[in-house]
Design a binder for this molecule. Structure first.
Ligand SMILES: Nc1ncnc2c1ncn2[C@@H]1O[C@H](COP(=O)(O)OP(=O)(O)OP(=O)(O)O)[C@@H](O)[C@H]1O
Ligand SMILES: [Mg+2]
Length: 297
């Protein structure tokens, strides 16, 4: 008589699929190939969650830098009056002569004159500062107020492969502008107890924009951030997020590490600040997942 196996479900290692932190088998993600030569038409992705501090800006900067490493031309749009994206890339928002606000509401300001090169090759930035908070009020009386950002980005869409918009923590007119300009939305979710609160409201806003302003808008995925695999709590919240959203959840999970706050002080992405770190690796894998979901973009 042969012995009972230790675990009834034990499978030989060669047949076992590697499970990722989300509890699903990890997909094989192809090595990104550089974008094709010829005319460009940027894929526009908005980073959205009205909850503050969930990793929108960190994801915009580091996903952008990881995409730029693959040879893609990337534009990061700071669309938050706090100007955190600008600060995170070493731009002082207080000393800017012109920002995205002037392109949106000034007459005859060329977006090209406001775009800055970032420290990362292939990656530019359209900066913002506190002036943008006035736009929310001033836009109300404009014609086609929800389409303002789409209009601002139109002249540069042919110059980039990917445009990432870093939204403010609100569902106001600025975020509606971002959703109207975008093809896809990524929702970063911080893995803590109240993570799922407010997602219904965000989904509702996305659906309204799809119905009334931008029928082509799609949700590209939900990104779990600030994961701490050592705590049961973090693992449980991640499990709940996967139960609620299934395959919308990216396989890539961003772990909590002090390296991210450090990169803000350094004013550069993690991919150059700590190129060999797990955090840099995670954003490179996320870039692969994004490209796979967008058929190469
Ligand atoms: N994976 C992470 N691990 C540890 N700290 C992180 C991580 N991601 C982001 N942070 C830090 O958490 C804070 C909030 O992150 P971030 O600014 O990216 O969030 P946000 O959603 O853009 O916030 P806001 O809603 O204010 O714009 C920052 O100090 C950032 O450095
Ligand atoms: Mg932010």
């Amino acid at each position: 008589m042969s012995e009972e196996p230790l675990f009834a479900t034990e499978v030989p290692p060669e047949q076992a699929e590697e499970l990722g932190p989300t509890g699903r088998p990890l997909p094989v993600l192809p090595e990104p190939v550089p974008p094709a030569d010829g005319p460009k038409h940027a894929l526009i992705i908005a980073m959205c969650n009205q909850k503050g501090g969930v990793g929108k800006t960190t994801t915009t900067i580091n996903l952008g830098a990881a995409l730029a490493e693959t040879g893609r031309r990337v534009l990061l749009v700071d669309f938050d009056p706090q100007g955190s994206l600008s600060v995170g890339l070493g731009v002082n928002p207080h000393t800017l002569d012109r920002s995205i606000y002037n392109v949106m509401l000034g007459r005859g300001v060329d977006v090209h004159d406001v775009i800055l090169e970032s420290v990362t090759p292939n990656m530019d930035i359209l900066p913002a500062n506190i002036d943008l908070s006035a736009a929310e009020v001033q836009l109300v009386s404009e014609v086609a107020r929800e389409q303002t950002l789409r209009r601002v980005l139109k002249p540069v869409r042919g110059e980039y492969d990917v445009i990432l918009i870093d939204c403010a923590p609100s569902l106001g007119l600025l975020t509606v502008n971002a959703l109207t300009a975008a093809d896809q939305v990524i929702m970063p979710l911080e893995l803590e107890f109240f993570a799922l609160r407010g997602i219904a409201l965000l989904t509702d806003t996305i659906e309204k924009v799809q119905e009334r302003l931008n029928p082509d808008l799609q949700v590209l995925g939900i990104l779990a951030t600030m994961y701490d695999g050592r705590t049961v709590h973090s693992r449980e919240v991640l499990q709940r997020v996967v139960e609620a959203f299934g395959d919308q959840v990216f396989h890539t999970v961003i772990r909590r590490t002090i390296k991210f706050p450090e990169t803000t002080v350094a004013g550069e992405p993690i991919t150059s600040y700590a190129p060999a770190s797990a955090g840099a690796g995670a954003y490179r894998t996320l870039a692969r997942e994004v490209l796979a979901r967008c058929h190469g973009a």
